[in-house]
Design a protein around this ligand. Structure first.
Ligand code: COI
Length: 362
């Protein structure tokens, strides 16, 4: 089935809707809501059986039946995305760059041998879910409705082979800031997140699952997150656990170039596009750990920050390396990171002009 063709999708696109009898919203506090713990009333599900997408439905948020023999459980054959929705100025629902997330989902799907999700199913499922649960979008300054699309193998087979059945779902979660204060990150010099030829560029569950133990070791030492380095020599900065990373060296915004082992972050792309639009000096190039540490010591590294959907723009105040902490002097100041944060937040909420047509009203 040529899945990208809307005419051929017409019959498939009927979405069955089963609404909750009583919304949990009146009993939910949307102010200062922590990230990732509260979920809206409904969720979207679509099944793919032997290449055909079917049974599109919105049902009450709840447990999902999955075969105990699913390759998603045994082999981590599952991928996800992260997006955010906001109230627009006219009371409409605004979503930031959903087509880019759809596109990346399918890049990840290819790498993990999962079925691609047609854009019509992704977009219509998203719009229908937001339409039903939009009252859950929080209004606080750093808050939004976090959207988590995910796709996994729904086969019942514990041999290794490409799966034939898949489930695509979207759940949504009202959330405040992922990181509340400037971060302490540790440069990882033993464990590895991703290798050339591996799955690091994909939003594959295993990239994150495998990072939890090394991150916990860093958290036990008082850091919030790791700064991952290349697998071969641990000599070059790659990305952080929940976000890409950027540095301001003197007057230049610098970030590691995309590769097999770095996620092509949509916030990363948005920040680079904005910086270039403003005619800042921008470099996508390798950054050695030595260059970074000596730059912090000399004062030529003016800012360090993470960029991601959940993290937004997260300032870094301290970088740990080989047992020593290196402090960024101006981490409390607004700087370029603050300017980018304000602009992106303004665009996402429909307060500032959107020269890139990133925002979709749903
Ligand atoms: C996101 O920023 O949307 C992510 O997926 C990060 C997540 C691991 C919390």
């Amino acid at each position: 089935m040529p899945l990208e063709n809307p005419q051929e999708m017409e019959g498939v696109l009927e979405i069955d809707i089963d609404r909750v009898a009583n919304s949990r919203l009146p009993k939910t506090e949307l102010k200062d809501i922590p990230f990732g713990r509260v979920f809206t009333d409904h969720m979207f599900i679509a099944d793919c059986k032997k290449g055909e997408w079917e049974n599109l439905r919105i049902i009450p948020f709840g447990h999902v039946p999955i075969s105990p023999a699913s390759p998603a459980l045994h082999y981590g054959q599952t991928i996800f995305e992260g997006m955010k929705a906001y109230w627009g100025q006219n009371g409409d629902t605004l979503v930031f760059r959903p087509h880019d997330n759809w596109n990346r989902l399918n890049i990840s799907a290819q790498r993990m041998a999962l079925a691609k999700v047609p854009s019509e199913i992704f977009m219509k499922g998203l719009a229908a879910l937001l339409n039903i649960d939009r009252a859950w979008i929080p209004t606080g300054p750093a808050s939004s409705l976090y959207i988590r699309p995910f796709l996994f193998s729904a086969d019942e087979y514990i041999g290794i082979r490409p799966s034939q059945n898949f489930t695509f779902m979207i759940i949504t979660s009202p959330a405040g800031a992922y990181y509340a204060a400037p971060l302490r990150v540790k440069i990882e010099t033993h464990y590895t997140r991703a290798v050339a030829g591996g799955t690091g560029f994909a939003k594959a569950a295993g990239n994150y699952g495998g990072a939890i133990y090394p991150s916990k070791l860093a958290q036990d030492q008082g850091y919030h997150q790791l700064l991952w380095t290349d697998a071969k020599k641990h000599a070059y900065i790659e990305e952080s656990g929940t976000m890409n990373v950027m540095f301001v060296f003197e007057d230049t915004l610098v970030t590691p170039p995309l590769s097999d082992s770095i996620l092509a972050g949509i916030t990363r792309d948005s920040v680079l596009a904005l910086a270039r639009h403003w005619r800042w000096k921008v470099e996508e190039r390798k950054i050695s750990v030595k260059e970074l540490i000596s730059g912090i010591m000399k004062g030529t590294v003016k800012e360090a920050f993470g960029v991601g959907t959940a993290a937004t723009i997260a300032r870094i105040q301290c970088i740990g390396w080989e047992g020593k902490d290196y402090l960024l002097q101006n981490a409390e100041e607004k700087g370029l990171a603050g300017k980018i944060y304000d602009e992106l937040e303004g665009i996402k909420r429909g307060i500032l002009p959107d020269p890139f047509n990133w925002v979709v009203s749903m």
